[in-house]
Design a protein around this ligand. Structure first.
Ligand code: ADP
Ligand code: MG
Length: 397
């Protein structure tokens, strides 16, 4: 898997390299090259499978895929970042759960398209990605969305972005077997440069919220701890099941239906301490997303800092999905003058985000580095997160 944290301006060069390699592998130039980004979630964690609100934005880091359509039912897949050459599948033999390798993501998209009645008769795919894998920045959604957009284009399917995102989610849920919500794929497919995306995951309502930190002398740093604690998959499932149980006990379809104003009353009705904590996180997190939207709409970007930090405390203490490395980032960054900080993504490792004034950024980065060294953690990778565009066709432009 690629180690470099990307040079954001280099999509064109990456597209050319991927197209060249495609031609070597498959003996003809690709019909086109597409790109789809990873994302960070500004606020709204573990709300997307509870019908709640999320607010991701797209990163400059992208998966880039060169693709040609085929008519003979063959699907050929290769990744510049994974050894093993070209993997071949027949589109009519794709079986959910059968593939434990990276190829499950693109193959799953083809499977989900066929399940949805969209005629895809095969493809040659070669891809590469600068989205760090397994860092909580959604390299998986980038992979799915780039393939989905390419197939939509090449087979003239005319699917809108929201539907493409749902197809990709289905691929990840049913074909790969990862029970994730709709946020990641929607972010990769629908984000716009200079904006964060407010998404109501229950009805799919989307709003682009201007989010231009550079203009205000601030930046948002992504701190990739490069740690992924092994039990993350099972713990995610447990949290999700706990939320569903909470909704059932409270007599609502999803926890989103518990209004913030009625939270205390709802908590009193729950006997199980663990479920009470899960419910409290989800309901307060939805309120934090709404608060961030209000602050940004009011032009008070600095004001979101403490809300991010509150969100971290809730994920650490109530939802219990943080990790020592993530807590170290948050504590060290705040102590060095950051405006706010939180873990982002599912948790148990992965990345944290830090909102900081430009003139404090160096001090914060070095404080986080020192704190990691002191705690005996591997040095983290740090890069600025610039709100970037969602998926697009790179070539032909
Ligand atoms: P995240 O989405 O947070 O990065 P996931 O575990 O959901 O983490 O997805 C990571 C997986 O996506 C990898 O294990 C690999 O299977 C696949 N993947 C990511 N990037 C690439 C790539 N460049 N080439 C092939 N597979 C990739
Ligand atoms: Mg993922």
């Amino acid at each position: 898997m690629t180690e470099s944290v990307q040079n954001p301006a280099d999509v064109t060069a990456a597209a050319e390299a991927v197209a060249r390699r495609f031609t070597e592998l498959y003996g003809a130039e690709p019909a086109g090259v597409w790109a789809a980004p990873g994302r960070v979630n500004l606020i709204g964690e573990h709300t997307d499978y509870n019908g709640g609100f999320v607010m991701p934005f797209a990163l400059p880091q992208v998966a880039v895929a060169a693709v040609s359509p085929r008519e003979d039912g063959l699907l050929r897949l290769s990744s510049a970042d994974v050894p093993g050459g070209v993997v071949e599948r027949r589109v009519d033999e794709l079986l959910p759960g059968s593939d434990k390798r990276w190829t499950a993501y693109p193959a799953g998209v083809v499977w989900a398209m066929l399940e949805g009645g969209h005629a895809v008769t095969g493809a040659d795919v070669h891809l590469a990605s600068t989205v760090p894998s397994g860092a909580g920045l959604s390299s998986s959604a980038a992979l799915e969305v780039v393939v989905a957009l390419a197939l939509d284009d090449l087979f003239g399917l005319g699917l809108d972005r929201a539907l493409l995102a749902r197809i990709c989610q289905r691929a990840e849920n049913e074909y790969v077997g990862a029970p994730t919500g709709i946020m990641d794929q929607t972010a990769s497919a629908c984000c716009e440069a200079g904006h964060a995306l407010f998404l109501d995951t229950r009805d799919g309502t989307r709003r682009q919220i201007p989010f231009d930190l550079a203009a205000e002398g601030m930046r948002l740093l992504v701190v990739d701890t490069q740690v992924k604690h092994a039990h993350s998959g099972g713990e995610y499932g447990k949290r999700r099941a706990g939320c569903e149980r909470g909704a059932e006990l409270l007599g609502v379809p999803v926890l989103r239906d518990i209004p913030y104003a009625e939270l205390d009353e709802a908590l009193e009705r729950l006997e199980d301490e663990e479920i009470r904590r899960l419910v409290r996180h989800v309901v307060t997190e939805d309120e934090r997303v709404e608060r961030v939207v209000r602050l940004l709409n009011d032009g008070d970007t600095r004001g979101i800092g403490p809300v991010l930090t509150e969100g971290h405390a809730s994920l650490r203490d109530d939802f219990r999905v943080s990790a020592p490395e993530l807590d170290t980032v948050v504590e060290a960054a705040l102590a060095a003058g950051a405006l706010g900080a939180r873990m982002t993504g599912g948790g148990f490792g992965g990345s944290a985000i830090v909102l900081v004034d430009d003139d404090k950024a160096d001090a914060v980065v070095s404080a986080v580095g020192s704190a990691f060294a002191e705690a005996g953690h591997q040095p983290p990778r740090v890069f600025p997160a610039v709100p970037s565009r969602g998926a697009w066709r790179v070539h032909p432009a």
